[in-house]
Design a protein around this ligand. Structure first.
Ligand code: DGL
Length: 268
């Protein structure tokens, strides 16, 4: 038994799509979530900056006495996993591998699209991970830098979101892909808009559920689940406006956030 919470972080509210699945699969677990909205987006920053931010985010959560970390951010996973994974003595789960495995399983014509932030796409992590699983899969990648600001603004399904999605995605659609990896944890919030542009024949891969399965397996393997007799607690922290975080967060989690707190993340 280990009653300590799981620490989850992202550059903003996108990681709440992962938290939602963790809550569904592991309802007895407590979670501490940190959304670094004050410094988002990460995906247009340099690798060194993202590595620095990732260390600070993990150190903040380490201070909350967590038993495991989930990097619920593709950009932080792509830029920093190699650097952080041996620097801490608790397990660290990331999002790229589970999403790649799901895409390789899903495709029928071996033509897979990957969309993500500029940092994630230029790192090539998805190409490496997917071709390691199946070298005959062809991968077509595209950075979509405007998607994260749209999501952080709450513009998930309006006309502007649709127009921007068309601009990014129509060239990908022409490449006859049958599977599209949402390689950024913000993008599932644009799922309806993206599906509308891509059409119903293209399967969208949202790695959140696969990540939650990896977390569950890790807890079972280490035998460090929580005592089910004690109610779990979810705590939320942000580096920007608490009100904005709560309002967008509640529409993702259906009113789970009541008292988020602001953090000065540069102190960590
Ligand atoms: N949710 C982060 C990701 O998965 C967003 C990155 C950003 O802030 O640009 O990549």
């Amino acid at each position: 038994m280990d009653n300590r919470p799981i620490g989850v972080f992202d550059s903003g509210i996108g990681g709440l799509t992962v938290l939602k699945e963790i809550n569904r699969l592991l309802p007895q677990e407590s979670v501490v979530y940190f959304g670094d909205s004050g410094r988002a987006p990460y995906g247009t920053k340099s690798k060194e900056t993202v590595i620095k931010y990732t260390f600070q985010d993990i150190r903040f959560l380490q201070n909350q006495d967590i038993k495991m970390i989930v990097i619920a951010c593709n950009t932080a996973s792509a830029c920093s996993l190699d650097r952080v994974k041996h620097s801490f003595d608790f397990p660290i789960v990331e999002v790229v591998q589970p999403g790649s495995a799901a895409a390789a399983k899903e495709t029928r014509n071996n033509r897979v699209g990957v969309i993500g932030t500029p940092a994630t796409i230029s790192s090539g992590v998805y190409e490496k991970a997917i071709t390691r699983i199946n070298s005959s899969i062809e991968i077509f990648s595209k950075p979509c830098p405007m998607f994260v600001p749209l999501v952080e603004e709450g513009w998930w399904e309006n006309e502007i979101a649709f127009k921007i999605a068309e601009e990014y995605l129509l060239p990908l659609k022409e490449l006859d892909i049958d599977t599209l990896v949402l390689g950024c944890t913000h993008y599932p919030l644009l799922q309806n808009t993206i599906q509308k542009v891509m059409g119903d024949d293209v399967k969208l891969v949202n790695s959140a559920l696969e990540v939650a399965k990896v977390v569950k397996e890790g807890i079972e393997e280490n035998n460090n689940g929580r005592d089910e007799k004690v109610s779990p607690v979810c705590r939320f922290y942000t580096s920007d406006s608490v009100e904005k975080f709560e309002s967008l967060g509640n529409s993702i989690l259906n009113s789970k956030i009541h008292s988020a707190e602001k953090v000065d993340i540069e102190r960590y």
